[in-house]
Design a protein around this ligand. Structure first.
Ligand code: GCB
Length: 601
Protein backbone atom coordinates (compact mmCIF):
# COMPACT_ATOMS: atom_id res chain seq x y z
CA UNK A 1 0.00 0.00 0.00
CA UNK A 2 2.76 2.35 1.05
CA UNK A 3 4.59 1.43 -2.16
CA UNK A 4 1.58 2.29 -4.31
CA UNK A 5 1.20 5.60 -2.52
CA UNK A 6 4.84 6.45 -3.19
CA UNK A 7 4.47 5.52 -6.86
CA UNK A 8 1.37 7.63 -7.13
CA UNK A 9 3.14 10.54 -5.46
CA UNK A 10 6.10 10.28 -7.85
CA UNK A 11 3.72 10.05 -10.80
CA UNK A 12 1.80 13.14 -9.71
CA UNK A 13 5.02 15.01 -9.07
CA UNK A 14 6.32 14.17 -12.55
CA UNK A 15 2.99 15.16 -14.03
CA UNK A 16 2.98 18.49 -12.27
CA UNK A 17 6.54 19.30 -13.33
CA UNK A 18 5.83 18.38 -16.96
CA UNK A 19 2.77 20.59 -16.86
CA UNK A 20 4.89 23.39 -15.47
CA UNK A 21 7.63 22.92 -18.04
CA UNK A 22 5.14 23.14 -20.88
CA UNK A 23 3.51 26.28 -19.60
CA UNK A 24 4.39 29.23 -21.81
CA UNK A 25 4.83 32.15 -19.45
CA UNK A 26 3.46 34.78 -21.78
CA UNK A 27 0.72 34.67 -24.37
CA UNK A 28 1.89 35.48 -27.90
CA UNK A 29 1.04 39.15 -27.55
CA UNK A 30 2.80 41.05 -30.33
CA UNK A 31 5.40 43.45 -29.00
CA UNK A 32 6.18 47.02 -29.91
CA UNK A 33 3.23 47.32 -32.24
CA UNK A 34 4.39 50.76 -33.36
CA UNK A 35 7.16 49.09 -35.31
CA UNK A 36 4.66 46.82 -37.08
CA UNK A 37 2.76 47.29 -40.30
CA UNK A 38 -0.72 48.15 -39.20
CA UNK A 39 -4.02 49.67 -40.25
CA UNK A 40 -5.69 51.83 -37.67
CA UNK A 41 -9.29 50.97 -36.85
CA UNK A 42 -9.61 54.12 -34.76
CA UNK A 43 -12.19 56.76 -35.54
CA UNK A 44 -15.96 56.68 -35.43
CA UNK A 45 -17.59 53.32 -34.76
CA UNK A 46 -21.34 52.69 -35.09
CA UNK A 47 -22.86 51.83 -31.74
CA UNK A 48 -25.99 50.43 -30.12
CA UNK A 49 -26.69 50.74 -26.41
CA UNK A 50 -28.08 47.45 -25.12
CA UNK A 51 -28.83 47.49 -21.38
CA UNK A 52 -30.86 44.27 -21.55
CA UNK A 53 -28.37 42.49 -23.80
CA UNK A 54 -31.11 41.99 -26.32
CA UNK A 55 -28.54 41.67 -29.06
CA UNK A 56 -26.98 38.72 -27.26
CA UNK A 57 -29.79 36.77 -25.50
CA UNK A 58 -33.21 35.72 -26.70
CA UNK A 59 -36.34 36.01 -24.53
CA UNK A 60 -35.43 32.69 -22.83
CA UNK A 61 -32.07 34.18 -21.95
CA UNK A 62 -30.22 31.82 -24.29
CA UNK A 63 -27.42 33.20 -26.44
CA UNK A 64 -28.73 34.10 -29.89
CA UNK A 65 -27.31 32.78 -33.10
CA UNK A 66 -28.38 35.86 -35.00
CA UNK A 67 -27.44 38.53 -32.47
CA UNK A 68 -26.37 42.07 -33.31
CA UNK A 69 -22.93 40.73 -34.20
CA UNK A 70 -24.44 39.49 -37.48
CA UNK A 71 -24.91 43.11 -38.53
CA UNK A 72 -28.01 42.01 -40.45
CA UNK A 73 -29.35 44.17 -43.26
CA UNK A 74 -32.89 44.21 -44.60
CA UNK A 75 -33.13 42.24 -47.83
CA UNK A 76 -36.81 42.88 -48.51
CA UNK A 77 -39.34 45.41 -47.24
CA UNK A 78 -41.11 42.80 -45.12
CA UNK A 79 -37.98 41.84 -43.15
CA UNK A 80 -38.07 42.42 -39.42
CA UNK A 81 -34.72 43.53 -38.08
CA UNK A 82 -34.93 45.67 -34.99
CA UNK A 83 -31.47 47.17 -35.08
CA UNK A 84 -29.33 48.85 -37.69
CA UNK A 85 -25.73 49.82 -37.12
CA UNK A 86 -25.64 51.90 -40.28
CA UNK A 87 -28.24 54.36 -39.01
CA UNK A 88 -27.09 54.24 -35.39
CA UNK A 89 -25.22 56.82 -33.38
CA UNK A 90 -21.46 56.75 -33.31
CA UNK A 91 -18.70 56.81 -30.73
CA UNK A 92 -15.08 57.79 -31.13
CA UNK A 93 -12.45 55.10 -30.64
CA UNK A 94 -10.27 55.33 -28.66
CA UNK A 95 -12.48 56.84 -26.00
CA UNK A 96 -14.80 56.17 -23.12
CA UNK A 97 -18.52 56.40 -23.80
CA UNK A 98 -19.31 58.24 -20.56
CA UNK A 99 -17.85 61.55 -21.63
CA UNK A 100 -18.99 61.29 -25.25
CA UNK A 101 -22.74 61.10 -24.65
CA UNK A 102 -24.61 62.69 -21.78
CA UNK A 103 -26.99 59.74 -21.57
CA UNK A 104 -24.07 57.38 -21.03
CA UNK A 105 -22.43 59.36 -18.25
CA UNK A 106 -23.39 56.87 -15.51
CA UNK A 107 -24.09 53.94 -17.84
CA UNK A 108 -22.74 50.52 -16.92
CA UNK A 109 -23.71 47.69 -19.23
CA UNK A 110 -23.42 46.56 -22.81
CA UNK A 111 -22.71 48.71 -25.84
CA UNK A 112 -22.21 47.14 -29.27
CA UNK A 113 -19.59 48.72 -31.50
CA UNK A 114 -19.22 48.13 -35.25
CA UNK A 115 -16.54 49.19 -37.73
CA UNK A 116 -16.21 48.46 -41.47
CA UNK A 117 -12.79 48.12 -43.03
CA UNK A 118 -11.17 46.73 -46.13
CA UNK A 119 -8.38 44.22 -46.41
CA UNK A 120 -6.18 43.02 -49.23
CA UNK A 121 -4.35 39.79 -48.49
CA UNK A 122 -0.66 39.35 -49.15
CA UNK A 123 1.17 36.06 -49.47
CA UNK A 124 2.72 34.60 -46.37
CA UNK A 125 1.12 37.14 -44.13
CA UNK A 126 -0.60 36.66 -40.79
CA UNK A 127 -3.12 39.19 -39.52
CA UNK A 128 -4.17 40.10 -36.00
CA UNK A 129 -6.89 42.29 -34.56
CA UNK A 130 -5.13 44.04 -31.70
CA UNK A 131 -6.96 45.99 -28.97
CA UNK A 132 -4.84 48.16 -26.69
CA UNK A 133 -7.63 48.02 -24.07
CA UNK A 134 -11.39 47.64 -23.74
CA UNK A 135 -13.17 48.16 -20.44
CA UNK A 136 -14.22 45.65 -19.16
CA UNK A 137 -15.34 42.58 -21.06
CA UNK A 138 -15.00 42.41 -24.84
CA UNK A 139 -16.52 39.78 -27.09
CA UNK A 140 -15.17 40.24 -30.59
CA UNK A 141 -16.81 39.12 -33.84
CA UNK A 142 -15.40 39.34 -37.34
CA UNK A 143 -17.86 39.19 -40.24
CA UNK A 144 -20.46 37.69 -37.90
CA UNK A 145 -18.17 35.02 -36.45
CA UNK A 146 -17.11 35.10 -32.82
CA UNK A 147 -13.32 35.23 -32.64
CA UNK A 148 -12.73 35.63 -28.94
CA UNK A 149 -13.40 37.19 -25.57
CA UNK A 150 -11.22 39.20 -23.24
CA UNK A 151 -11.71 40.19 -19.65
CA UNK A 152 -9.93 43.06 -17.90
CA UNK A 153 -10.12 46.71 -18.80
CA UNK A 154 -6.53 47.92 -18.98
CA UNK A 155 -4.36 45.47 -20.85
CA UNK A 156 -3.91 44.69 -24.55
CA UNK A 157 -5.14 41.56 -26.30
CA UNK A 158 -5.22 40.21 -29.83
CA UNK A 159 -6.90 37.58 -31.97
CA UNK A 160 -5.40 36.06 -35.06
CA UNK A 161 -7.74 36.57 -38.01
CA UNK A 162 -5.57 35.45 -40.94
CA UNK A 163 -8.05 32.83 -42.14
CA UNK A 164 -11.12 34.80 -41.24
CA UNK A 165 -10.54 38.01 -43.15
CA UNK A 166 -12.23 38.45 -46.51
CA UNK A 167 -10.72 40.10 -49.51
CA UNK A 168 -12.27 43.56 -49.68
CA UNK A 169 -14.98 44.53 -47.16
CA UNK A 170 -15.01 43.23 -43.61
CA UNK A 171 -16.73 44.29 -40.43
CA UNK A 172 -15.78 43.88 -36.81
CA UNK A 173 -18.33 44.00 -34.00
CA UNK A 174 -17.39 44.23 -30.34
CA UNK A 175 -19.78 43.68 -27.48
CA UNK A 176 -18.36 45.81 -24.68
CA UNK A 177 -19.70 45.34 -21.17
CA UNK A 178 -18.51 47.37 -18.18
CA UNK A 179 -21.01 46.06 -15.61
CA UNK A 180 -19.29 45.86 -12.25
CA UNK A 181 -19.39 42.43 -10.64
CA UNK A 182 -18.36 41.22 -7.24
CA UNK A 183 -15.96 38.62 -8.66
CA UNK A 184 -14.26 41.00 -11.08
CA UNK A 185 -10.85 42.68 -10.86
CA UNK A 186 -11.46 45.43 -9.81
CA UNK A 187 -14.62 44.52 -7.95
CA UNK A 188 -17.81 46.59 -7.48
CA UNK A 189 -16.20 49.17 -5.28
CA UNK A 190 -13.57 51.52 -6.63
CA UNK A 191 -12.62 55.16 -6.22
CA UNK A 192 -12.31 56.01 -9.90
CA UNK A 193 -14.75 56.27 -12.76
CA UNK A 194 -15.76 53.02 -14.40
CA UNK A 195 -15.28 54.41 -17.89
CA UNK A 196 -16.72 51.99 -20.44
CA UNK A 197 -15.83 51.43 -24.06
CA UNK A 198 -13.02 50.75 -26.45
CA UNK A 199 -10.87 53.10 -24.47
CA UNK A 200 -7.58 52.58 -26.30
CA UNK A 201 -6.62 52.17 -29.97
CA UNK A 202 -7.54 49.24 -32.21
CA UNK A 203 -5.31 47.99 -35.03
CA UNK A 204 -5.25 45.40 -37.75
CA UNK A 205 -1.63 44.27 -37.62
CA UNK A 206 0.00 42.23 -40.34
CA UNK A 207 3.21 40.28 -39.92
CA UNK A 208 5.04 37.61 -41.90
CA UNK A 209 3.63 34.12 -41.21
CA UNK A 210 6.89 33.32 -39.50
CA UNK A 211 7.37 36.32 -37.22
CA UNK A 212 8.96 37.50 -34.03
CA UNK A 213 6.15 37.55 -31.49
CA UNK A 214 7.99 38.37 -28.31
CA UNK A 215 11.40 39.16 -26.86
CA UNK A 216 13.19 40.16 -23.74
CA UNK A 217 16.39 42.22 -23.88
CA UNK A 218 18.01 43.44 -20.69
CA UNK A 219 21.12 43.39 -18.53
CA UNK A 220 21.93 40.06 -16.98
CA UNK A 221 20.57 40.17 -13.45
CA UNK A 222 23.08 41.83 -11.17
CA UNK A 223 25.56 42.64 -13.97
CA UNK A 224 26.29 45.70 -16.07
CA UNK A 225 28.57 44.08 -18.63
CA UNK A 226 26.26 41.56 -20.29
CA UNK A 227 22.96 41.90 -22.11
CA UNK A 228 20.91 38.73 -22.19
CA UNK A 229 17.49 37.67 -23.28
CA UNK A 230 15.44 35.69 -25.71
CA UNK A 231 13.46 36.08 -28.90
CA UNK A 232 10.44 33.95 -29.55
CA UNK A 233 9.26 33.24 -33.07
CA UNK A 234 5.91 31.97 -34.27
CA UNK A 235 6.07 29.43 -37.11
CA UNK A 236 9.86 29.19 -36.97
CA UNK A 237 11.85 25.95 -37.22
CA UNK A 238 14.57 24.60 -34.97
CA UNK A 239 17.87 25.91 -36.29
CA UNK A 240 16.48 29.11 -37.85
CA UNK A 241 18.90 31.96 -37.30
CA UNK A 242 17.86 34.95 -35.19
CA UNK A 243 20.15 37.96 -35.03
CA UNK A 244 20.22 40.62 -32.36
CA UNK A 245 22.02 43.87 -33.11
CA UNK A 246 22.70 46.98 -31.06
CA UNK A 247 24.31 49.21 -33.72
CA UNK A 248 25.43 51.98 -31.37
CA UNK A 249 27.38 49.46 -29.32
CA UNK A 250 28.66 47.83 -32.51
CA UNK A 251 27.31 44.47 -31.42
CA UNK A 252 25.56 41.77 -33.41
CA UNK A 253 25.03 38.20 -32.32
CA UNK A 254 23.45 35.33 -34.18
CA UNK A 255 21.66 32.61 -32.34
CA UNK A 256 19.36 29.76 -33.35
CA UNK A 257 15.81 28.85 -32.62
CA UNK A 258 14.95 25.88 -30.46
CA UNK A 259 11.32 25.10 -29.66
CA UNK A 260 10.30 28.51 -30.91
CA UNK A 261 12.76 30.43 -28.76
CA UNK A 262 16.31 31.73 -29.27
CA UNK A 263 18.34 32.73 -26.25
CA UNK A 264 21.30 35.06 -26.44
CA UNK A 265 23.93 36.82 -24.44
CA UNK A 266 26.04 39.79 -25.54
CA UNK A 267 29.14 41.13 -23.81
CA UNK A 268 28.56 44.86 -23.66
CA UNK A 269 28.78 47.77 -21.29
CA UNK A 270 25.98 50.09 -22.28
CA UNK A 271 25.56 53.52 -20.79
CA UNK A 272 22.97 53.02 -18.10
CA UNK A 273 19.46 54.45 -18.17
CA UNK A 274 18.57 56.73 -15.25
CA UNK A 275 16.23 59.66 -14.57
CA UNK A 276 19.05 62.12 -15.18
CA UNK A 277 20.19 60.34 -18.33
CA UNK A 278 17.34 58.33 -19.85
CA UNK A 279 19.50 56.76 -22.50
CA UNK A 280 18.02 54.05 -24.74
CA UNK A 281 19.60 52.06 -27.57
CA UNK A 282 18.13 50.94 -30.85
CA UNK A 283 17.90 47.15 -30.78
CA UNK A 284 17.25 45.32 -34.05
CA UNK A 285 15.94 41.77 -34.03
CA UNK A 286 15.94 39.83 -37.29
CA UNK A 287 14.98 36.47 -38.71
CA UNK A 288 15.03 35.41 -42.36
CA UNK A 289 11.47 36.70 -42.75
CA UNK A 290 10.97 39.34 -40.08
CA UNK A 291 12.61 42.36 -38.51
CA UNK A 292 11.60 44.45 -35.52
CA UNK A 293 13.26 47.47 -33.92
CA UNK A 294 12.84 48.75 -30.40
CA UNK A 295 14.42 51.42 -28.20
CA UNK A 296 15.66 49.75 -25.05
CA UNK A 297 17.33 51.12 -21.95
CA UNK A 298 19.56 49.21 -19.55
CA UNK A 299 19.75 49.67 -15.79
CA UNK A 300 19.85 47.67 -12.60
CA UNK A 301 17.45 47.92 -9.71
CA UNK A 302 17.87 46.30 -6.32
CA UNK A 303 17.29 46.81 -2.63
CA UNK A 304 19.74 46.76 0.23
CA UNK A 305 18.13 46.89 3.63
CA UNK A 306 15.83 49.88 3.49
CA UNK A 307 17.52 51.41 0.45
CA UNK A 308 16.57 51.26 -3.21
CA UNK A 309 19.59 51.06 -5.49
CA UNK A 310 19.41 52.20 -9.08
CA UNK A 311 22.51 51.21 -11.01
CA UNK A 312 24.12 50.35 -7.69
CA UNK A 313 23.52 53.77 -6.14
CA UNK A 314 20.94 54.75 -3.58
CA UNK A 315 18.04 56.71 -5.02
CA UNK A 316 15.19 58.51 -3.30
CA UNK A 317 11.97 58.28 -5.31
CA UNK A 318 10.39 61.70 -5.61
CA UNK A 319 7.10 60.67 -7.03
CA UNK A 320 3.48 61.42 -7.70
CA UNK A 321 0.52 59.12 -8.32
CA UNK A 322 -1.35 59.50 -11.60
CA UNK A 323 -4.71 58.19 -12.88
CA UNK A 324 -5.19 57.74 -16.61
CA UNK A 325 -7.50 60.71 -16.77
CA UNK A 326 -7.25 63.35 -19.47
CA UNK A 327 -6.41 66.94 -18.57
CA UNK A 328 -8.80 69.71 -19.65
CA UNK A 329 -11.32 67.57 -21.53
CA UNK A 330 -11.62 64.94 -18.74
CA UNK A 331 -12.45 61.30 -19.43
CA UNK A 332 -9.89 58.66 -20.35
CA UNK A 333 -6.55 59.71 -21.79
CA UNK A 334 -6.64 58.99 -25.53
CA UNK A 335 -3.57 60.67 -27.01
CA UNK A 336 0.18 60.91 -26.58
CA UNK A 337 -0.23 64.68 -26.17
CA UNK A 338 -2.41 64.13 -23.09
CA UNK A 339 0.18 61.73 -21.64
CA UNK A 340 2.83 64.39 -22.21
CA UNK A 341 0.86 67.09 -20.41
CA UNK A 342 0.55 64.89 -17.31
CA UNK A 343 4.22 63.96 -17.45
CA UNK A 344 5.34 67.57 -17.95
CA UNK A 345 3.45 68.49 -14.80
CA UNK A 346 5.19 65.70 -12.92
CA UNK A 347 8.52 67.03 -14.21
CA UNK A 348 7.65 70.55 -13.12
CA UNK A 349 6.85 69.18 -9.68
CA UNK A 350 10.40 67.82 -9.53
CA UNK A 351 9.58 64.11 -9.79
CA UNK A 352 11.85 61.29 -10.85
CA UNK A 353 9.18 58.68 -10.18
CA UNK A 354 5.52 58.09 -11.01
CA UNK A 355 3.02 55.64 -9.62
CA UNK A 356 0.65 54.68 -12.44
CA UNK A 357 -2.40 53.92 -10.33
CA UNK A 358 -4.48 51.66 -10.08
CA UNK A 359 -4.22 49.63 -13.27
CA UNK A 360 -1.82 49.37 -16.21
CA UNK A 361 -1.77 52.64 -18.13
CA UNK A 362 -1.36 52.81 -21.91
CA UNK A 363 1.86 51.73 -23.58
CA UNK A 364 2.23 55.30 -24.86
CA UNK A 365 2.27 56.61 -21.29
CA UNK A 366 4.95 54.16 -20.23
CA UNK A 367 7.11 54.86 -23.29
CA UNK A 368 6.81 58.65 -22.95
CA UNK A 369 7.62 58.44 -19.25
CA UNK A 370 10.67 56.35 -20.05
CA UNK A 371 11.90 58.92 -22.55
CA UNK A 372 11.50 61.65 -19.94
CA UNK A 373 13.38 59.72 -17.28
CA UNK A 374 10.66 58.68 -14.85
CA UNK A 375 10.98 55.51 -12.85
CA UNK A 376 7.62 53.75 -12.92
CA UNK A 377 5.45 51.81 -10.48
CA UNK A 378 2.97 49.80 -12.53
CA UNK A 379 -0.01 48.12 -10.94
CA UNK A 380 -2.93 45.76 -11.50
CA UNK A 381 -6.42 46.58 -10.20
CA UNK A 382 -6.37 44.16 -7.27
CA UNK A 383 -8.04 46.84 -5.24
CA UNK A 384 -9.81 46.79 -1.85
CA UNK A 385 -12.02 43.79 -1.16
CA UNK A 386 -11.90 41.64 -4.24
CA UNK A 387 -12.84 37.95 -3.85
CA UNK A 388 -9.59 36.52 -2.57
CA UNK A 389 -11.02 33.04 -2.17
CA UNK A 390 -12.45 32.82 -5.69
CA UNK A 391 -10.30 30.82 -8.13
CA UNK A 392 -11.72 32.58 -11.17
CA UNK A 393 -10.93 35.95 -9.64
CA UNK A 394 -7.37 34.76 -9.11
CA UNK A 395 -7.10 33.51 -12.70
CA UNK A 396 -8.35 36.87 -13.90
CA UNK A 397 -5.87 38.85 -11.76
CA UNK A 398 -3.04 36.57 -12.83
CA UNK A 399 -3.95 37.08 -16.45
CA UNK A 400 -3.99 40.88 -16.09
CA UNK A 401 -0.62 40.71 -14.33
CA UNK A 402 0.82 38.54 -17.10
CA UNK A 403 -0.46 40.87 -19.81
CA UNK A 404 0.98 43.89 -18.02
CA UNK A 405 4.41 42.31 -17.64
CA UNK A 406 4.30 40.90 -21.15
CA UNK A 407 3.76 44.33 -22.67
CA UNK A 408 6.21 46.32 -20.56
CA UNK A 409 8.99 43.91 -19.68
CA UNK A 410 11.45 45.70 -21.98
CA UNK A 411 10.90 49.11 -20.44
CA UNK A 412 13.84 50.11 -18.27
CA UNK A 413 11.71 52.78 -16.62
CA UNK A 414 9.47 50.21 -14.98
CA UNK A 415 11.12 49.18 -11.72
CA UNK A 416 8.20 48.17 -9.53
CA UNK A 417 5.39 45.74 -10.26
CA UNK A 418 2.60 46.35 -7.80
CA UNK A 419 0.36 43.43 -6.92
CA UNK A 420 -2.39 45.21 -5.02
CA UNK A 421 -3.77 48.30 -3.34
CA UNK A 422 -5.23 48.54 0.18
CA UNK A 423 -6.33 44.96 0.58
CA UNK A 424 -7.70 43.74 3.92
CA UNK A 425 -5.45 41.42 5.94
CA UNK A 426 -6.38 37.74 5.94
CA UNK A 427 -5.16 34.33 4.92
CA UNK A 428 -6.84 34.07 1.53
CA UNK A 429 -5.59 37.53 0.59
CA UNK A 430 -2.07 36.59 1.61
CA UNK A 431 -2.19 33.44 -0.55
CA UNK A 432 -3.75 35.29 -3.45
CA UNK A 433 -1.22 38.11 -3.50
CA UNK A 434 1.64 35.78 -2.55
CA UNK A 435 0.83 33.65 -5.61
CA UNK A 436 0.64 36.73 -7.82
CA UNK A 437 4.06 37.82 -6.59
CA UNK A 438 5.43 34.36 -7.34
CA UNK A 439 3.99 34.57 -10.85
CA UNK A 440 5.49 38.04 -11.35
CA UNK A 441 8.92 36.81 -10.26
CA UNK A 442 8.63 33.80 -12.54
CA UNK A 443 7.91 36.10 -15.48
CA UNK A 444 10.47 38.71 -14.53
CA UNK A 445 12.97 38.22 -11.75
CA UNK A 446 14.75 41.51 -12.40
CA UNK A 447 12.27 44.01 -11.03
CA UNK A 448 11.02 44.72 -7.53
CA UNK A 449 7.65 43.58 -6.25
CA UNK A 450 5.50 45.91 -4.21
CA UNK A 451 1.95 46.48 -2.95
CA UNK A 452 0.28 49.47 -1.33
CA UNK A 453 -0.83 48.62 2.21
CA UNK A 454 -3.16 50.59 4.43
CA UNK A 455 -3.13 48.54 7.60
CA UNK A 456 -0.86 49.42 10.47
CA UNK A 457 -0.74 48.40 14.07
CA UNK A 458 -0.16 50.70 17.02
CA UNK A 459 3.47 50.36 18.05
CA UNK A 460 4.94 51.63 21.35
CA UNK A 461 5.63 54.89 19.65
CA UNK A 462 3.29 55.48 16.68
CA UNK A 463 2.40 53.34 13.69
CA UNK A 464 3.94 49.94 13.21
CA UNK A 465 4.11 48.26 9.82
CA UNK A 466 3.66 44.55 10.37
CA UNK A 467 1.14 43.50 7.72
CA UNK A 468 2.18 39.92 6.77
CA UNK A 469 2.21 40.97 3.11
CA UNK A 470 5.38 42.85 4.01
CA UNK A 471 7.16 39.47 3.89
CA UNK A 472 6.12 38.87 0.30
CA UNK A 473 7.11 42.18 -1.28
CA UNK A 474 10.54 43.70 -1.90
CA UNK A 475 9.38 47.25 -1.29
CA UNK A 476 6.54 48.17 1.06
CA UNK A 477 4.05 50.76 -0.13
CA UNK A 478 2.11 52.59 2.58
CA UNK A 479 -1.02 54.63 1.97
CA UNK A 480 -1.58 56.92 4.94
CA UNK A 481 -3.85 59.92 5.21
CA UNK A 482 -2.83 61.78 8.32
CA UNK A 483 -4.70 65.08 8.37
CA UNK A 484 -7.45 63.82 6.09
CA UNK A 485 -8.96 60.47 7.06
CA UNK A 486 -6.85 59.91 10.15
CA UNK A 487 -6.04 62.53 12.77
CA UNK A 488 -5.88 66.30 12.59
CA UNK A 489 -3.16 67.99 10.55
CA UNK A 490 -1.37 69.21 13.67
CA UNK A 491 -0.78 65.61 14.80
CA UNK A 492 1.01 64.49 11.63
CA UNK A 493 4.45 65.99 12.11
CA UNK A 494 4.87 64.11 15.40
CA UNK A 495 3.58 60.81 14.07
CA UNK A 496 6.27 58.13 14.28
CA UNK A 497 6.63 55.06 12.12
CA UNK A 498 8.41 51.80 12.65
CA UNK A 499 8.54 48.65 10.61
CA UNK A 500 8.85 44.95 11.35
CA UNK A 501 10.71 44.57 8.05
CA UNK A 502 14.15 45.67 7.03
CA UNK A 503 12.93 46.74 3.61
CA UNK A 504 12.49 50.02 1.79
CA UNK A 505 9.18 51.81 2.30
CA UNK A 506 7.50 54.14 -0.16
CA UNK A 507 4.73 56.38 1.09
CA UNK A 508 2.58 55.41 -1.88
CA UNK A 509 -0.31 57.71 -0.95
CA UNK A 510 -0.64 60.73 1.27
CA UNK A 511 -2.77 63.81 0.69
CA UNK A 512 -6.07 65.61 1.12
CA UNK A 513 -8.73 67.32 -0.97
CA UNK A 514 -9.09 70.92 -2.10
CA UNK A 515 -11.23 72.68 -4.65
CA UNK A 516 -9.02 74.85 -6.80
CA UNK A 517 -9.65 78.54 -6.06
CA UNK A 518 -11.39 77.82 -2.74
CA UNK A 519 -9.53 79.71 -0.02
CA UNK A 520 -9.86 79.98 3.73
CA UNK A 521 -8.19 78.99 6.99
CA UNK A 522 -5.77 76.11 7.10
CA UNK A 523 -8.20 74.12 9.22
CA UNK A 524 -11.09 74.59 6.77
CA UNK A 525 -11.67 71.45 4.70
CA UNK A 526 -11.58 71.72 0.93
CA UNK A 527 -9.56 74.92 0.91
CA UNK A 528 -6.20 75.03 -0.83
CA UNK A 529 -4.75 76.15 2.49
CA UNK A 530 -5.97 72.99 4.23
CA UNK A 531 -4.51 70.77 1.54
CA UNK A 532 -1.18 72.60 1.63
CA UNK A 533 -1.12 72.13 5.42
CA UNK A 534 -1.70 68.40 4.98
CA UNK A 535 1.34 68.30 2.71
CA UNK A 536 3.49 70.43 5.01
CA UNK A 537 2.80 68.36 8.10
CA UNK A 538 3.11 65.05 6.28
CA UNK A 539 6.43 66.12 4.81
CA UNK A 540 7.57 66.80 8.39
CA UNK A 541 6.40 63.33 9.33
CA UNK A 542 8.22 61.71 6.41
CA UNK A 543 11.47 63.47 7.23
CA UNK A 544 11.56 61.39 10.40
CA UNK A 545 11.14 58.00 8.74
CA UNK A 546 14.63 56.65 8.26
CA UNK A 547 13.51 53.66 6.18
CA UNK A 548 11.58 55.85 3.72
CA UNK A 549 12.82 55.40 0.16
CA UNK A 550 10.39 57.62 -1.62
CA UNK A 551 6.84 58.84 -1.94
CA UNK A 552 4.07 59.14 -4.52
CA UNK A 553 1.46 61.44 -2.95
CA UNK A 554 -2.17 61.25 -3.99
CA UNK A 555 -2.51 62.62 -6.69
CA UNK A 556 -1.33 64.72 -9.65
CA UNK A 557 -4.73 65.82 -10.98
CA UNK A 558 -8.35 65.75 -9.79
CA UNK A 559 -10.11 62.72 -11.28
CA UNK A 560 -13.68 61.56 -11.70
CA UNK A 561 -15.11 59.22 -9.12
CA UNK A 562 -18.73 58.30 -8.44
CA UNK A 563 -17.87 58.02 -4.75
CA UNK A 564 -17.52 61.81 -4.63
CA UNK A 565 -20.96 63.46 -4.87
CA UNK A 566 -20.50 66.54 -2.65
CA UNK A 567 -22.14 69.32 -4.64
CA UNK A 568 -20.16 72.47 -5.42
CA UNK A 569 -16.98 70.92 -4.07
CA UNK A 570 -16.52 67.48 -5.54
CA UNK A 571 -19.18 67.30 -8.24
CA UNK A 572 -18.09 63.72 -9.04
CA UNK A 573 -14.38 64.48 -8.75
CA UNK A 574 -11.91 63.23 -6.21
CA UNK A 575 -10.34 66.59 -5.28
CA UNK A 576 -7.02 65.33 -3.96
CA UNK A 577 -5.27 66.50 -7.10
CA UNK A 578 -2.43 68.99 -6.82
CA UNK A 579 -3.80 70.30 -10.10
CA UNK A 580 -7.46 70.70 -11.03
CA UNK A 581 -8.87 68.79 -14.00
CA UNK A 582 -8.72 72.11 -15.84
CA UNK A 583 -4.98 72.35 -15.29
CA UNK A 584 -4.92 74.87 -12.45
CA UNK A 585 -2.22 74.33 -9.84
CA UNK A 586 -3.26 74.39 -6.20
CA UNK A 587 -1.03 75.64 -3.36
CA UNK A 588 -0.02 72.14 -2.33
CA UNK A 589 1.62 71.66 -5.72
CA UNK A 590 4.18 74.28 -4.74
CA UNK A 591 4.57 72.86 -1.23
CA UNK A 592 5.59 69.50 -2.66
CA UNK A 593 7.67 71.12 -5.40
CA UNK A 594 9.68 72.99 -2.79
CA UNK A 595 10.30 69.79 -0.83
CA UNK A 596 11.48 67.97 -3.96
CA UNK A 597 13.70 70.88 -4.96
CA UNK A 598 15.40 71.27 -1.62
CA UNK A 599 15.77 67.80 -0.27
CA UNK A 600 17.01 64.36 -1.04
CA UNK A 601 19.00 65.28 -4.07
C1 GCB B 1 -6.94 55.50 -1.19
C2 GCB B 1 -7.04 54.72 -2.44
C3 GCB B 1 -7.29 55.60 -3.64
C4 GCB B 1 -8.32 56.66 -3.28
C5 GCB B 1 -7.77 57.52 -2.16
C6 GCB B 1 -8.77 58.56 -1.67
O1 GCB B 1 -6.41 55.09 -0.21
O2 GCB B 1 -5.95 53.90 -2.67
O3 GCB B 1 -7.72 54.83 -4.70
O4 GCB B 1 -8.69 57.43 -4.37
O5 GCB B 1 -7.46 56.72 -1.08
O6 GCB B 1 -8.81 59.64 -2.23
O7 GCB B 1 -9.52 58.26 -0.75
Amino acid sequence: MKHIKTLLFVFLLTLSTTIKAQETPFSDLLQNIDSREKTSLNGLWDMIVDPLENGYYNHRLQPKEDGYFMNAQMQSPSDLIEYNFDTSKQLMVPGDWNTQMDKLYYYEGTVWYKKDFTYTAKNDEAAFLYFEAVNYEAIVYLNGERIGRHVGGYTPFQFEVTDKLKEGNNFVVVKVDNKRKRENVPTVNQDWWNYGGITRSVHLITVPKSHINDYSVQLRKGATNAITGWVSVTNGKDGDVVSIAIPELKKTVNTVLKNGKAEFSIKAKPKLWSPTSPKTYEVVLKTATDEITDQIGFRTIATEGSKILLNGKQIFLKGISIHEEAPFKTGRVVSVEECKILLEWAKELGCNFIRLAHYPHSEAMVREAEKMGFLIWSEIPVYWTIQFDNEDTYANAKNQLTEMISRDKNRAAVVLWSMANETPEGESRLNFIGNLAEQARKLDDTRLITAALDTQAQGDDGNLIEDPLGKVVDVIGINAYCGWYAGATDTCAQLKWSSAYNKPMIMSEVGGGALYGHHGEKNERWTEEYQAEVFKTNIEMMRNIDFLSGLSPWILMDFRSSRRPLRRIQDDFNRKGLISEQGMKKQAFFTLQEYYEKENN
